[in-house]
Design a protein around this ligand. Structure first.
Ligand code: ADP
Ligand code: G6P
Length: 462
């Protein structure tokens, strides 16, 4: 078996019990089984003049090779370009995107530096797999350094329609870098179609097969590989005796009789204010839920140095205070909002102890929380998933109650439907959803991608 070298900005250590973010969760799940090298940022920020070295730590078959970012890199590359330009553009939010020359330069600089450090570590038949928007030009930077290995790229976030993407300065440079990969993977058919449309309409690409496009003398395969989770280990967490104890404690606390759960990084793409407004509508349209239903929203901090993230936090705190002030009572808090990370086994227990899973992003690459909620349920008495049509997961998880997250009344009605849904229908929907989540688990995702990458022609022979 060829050695696998995975590259991503965020890297998580095995045993890390609270990796908030879908990328770290699914790569860790997949790499734990296969082994290989995981190269990326170690999460540290060092002064601009510090010496940058790669450090290695081994965990059985998995080696983590990581290095710090300088203060300038963190500001320009991570906050500036990756999270204040690429992230909003890819989530269809041009209104929140900020473009500066320093940020673009920083993004190029960091991609070049990671390529510089990685190239000498590679062996000739390693499979190289680059992840996510932080490292779009990394493949091209490796090619410039003579790396001829097969190199694949997977985008965890949505690929926007061409008309949105082309509002970003330097989009042509960025997109032409994608053609340097042998294989580019997406979460959904919509993302794949947007990419191919961009290549054909904006870069004079020519389709050779339904997923092979030639652009400027290079060919790249673009396919769909929906990410998943490690189903067996997550369901084992949810079924453990300690989970049962936690669930009992949750219910013994006196409230709620019915728990609705939301678990998301505090990101504006997750639609949290809209979700709270929908919950408010639930209490207004169906007042019988007062004192009977609680929304538990767990939203850990993320990217707080970007202004749009600070803004969304204030908005959410004001809204939850408003709802609790208006509807709450001495013995009932309608919204329980926790602004922190939680261990994965506690999360699994909370999902299992909640009758409704509320996953309503305004736009999301996949959304693993939706899959975790399904897997954590008791098959004999499962809860109901309410899922945004704008999450990548909605392409697969059709037996969820699919909603438009912008429509507060529609979401409130779906919550009510979930609360009163008969056991037979809940079991039927849950069984169908579980089968789908199993089909696309973390291992199949990785296996499918690596098989497709191995089947691509070697770039030098192309
Ligand atoms: P994203 O990648 O945009 O954060 P996903 O839903 O795909 O969204 O993945 C989020 C991952 O982070 C899930 O595995 C989820 O369990 C985890 N997570 C989210 N919130 C928390 C939290 N408060 N504590 C620990 N893990 C969290
Ligand atoms: C999403 C992105 C990942 C990122 C994660 C957490 O899942 O697709 O690339 O790692 O969010 O964000 P952070 O900025 O903390 O790495």
């Amino acid at each position: 078996m060829k050695r696998l070298v995975v590259v991503s900005n965020r890297v998580a250590e095995p045993g890390c019990s609270h990796a908030a973010g879908g990328l770290a969760v699914c790569i860790l799940d997949a790499l734990r089984k296969r082994g290989g090298v995981w190269f990326g940022w170690n999460g540290e920020i060092v002064p601009d003049d510090a010496e940058i070295d790669v450090s290695r730590v081994k965990f059985d078959e998995l080696t983590l090779a990581t290095m710090p970012l300088t203060e300038r890199d963190y500001r320009d590359y991570y906050l500036g370009f990756a999270n204040a330009a690429l992230w909003p553009v890819h989530h269809y939010r041009l209104d929140l995107a900020r473009f500066t020359q320093e940020a673009i330069d920083g993004y190029r600089r960091v991609n070049d530096r990671f390529a510089e450090k990685l190239a000498p570590m590679l062996m000739s038949n390693d499979l190289v797999w680059v992840h996510d928007y932080h490292f779009i030009p990394l493949g091209a930077a490796l090619r410039e350094r003579g790396v001829a290995n097969r190199i694949g790229f997977f985008l965890h976030i949505p690929f926007p329609p061409p008309d949105v993407l082309c509002a970003m300065p330097e989009h042509e440079w960025l997109m032409s870098a994608l053609v340097e990969y042998d294989l580019v993977g997406f979460q959904t058919k919509t993302d794949q179609a947007n990419f191919l449309r961009f290549m054909c309409d904006f870069m004079q690409g020519e389709m050779l097969t339904p997923d092979l496009v030639r652009v400027g003398g290079k060919t790249v395969t673009a396919s769909v590989f929906p990410v998943g989770i490690d189903v067996d280990s997550f369901s084992a967490m949810a079924e453990s005796p300690s989970a049962a104890e936690r669930i009992q404690r949750l219910h013994r606390a006196g409230e709620p009789r019915i728990n609705v759960i939301g678990v998301d990084r505090l990101d504006y793409t997750k639609g949290l204010p809209d979700r709270l407004r929908s919950f408010k509508r639930l209490l207004e349209i169906y007042p019988q839920n007062c004192k009977a239903v609680t929304l538990m929203q767990i939203a850990p901090p993320t990217r707080e140095d970007v202004q749009a993230y600070a803004d969304i936090r204030h908005e959410l705190e004001a809204l939850s205070g408003e709802i609790n002030g208006q509807f709450g009572d001495f013995d009932w808090t309608p919204v329980r909002y926790l602004h922190r990370r939680v261990d994965r086994d506690t999360l699994a227990a909370l999902y299992r102890g909640s009758q409704v899973g509320l996953v309503t992003p305004l736009r999301d690459g996949m959304n693993l929380v939706a899959k975790e909620y399904v897997v954590a349920q008791d098959a004999e008495n499962p809860g109901v998933l309410v899922l945004s049509r704008f999450a990548g997961a909605a392409e697969e998880l059709q037996e969820a109650l699919i909603v438009n997250p912008y429509d507060a009344d529609e979401v409130a009605n779906a919550m009510q439907k979930a609360i009163v849904m008969p056991l037979g229908e809940r079991k039927e929907r849950h069984a169908a959803l579980l089968a789908r989540v199993r089909k696309h688990d973390s291992y199949n995702w990785m296996d499918g991608f690596l098989r497709a990458l191995s089947a691509c022609r070697l770039p030098l022979a192309a």
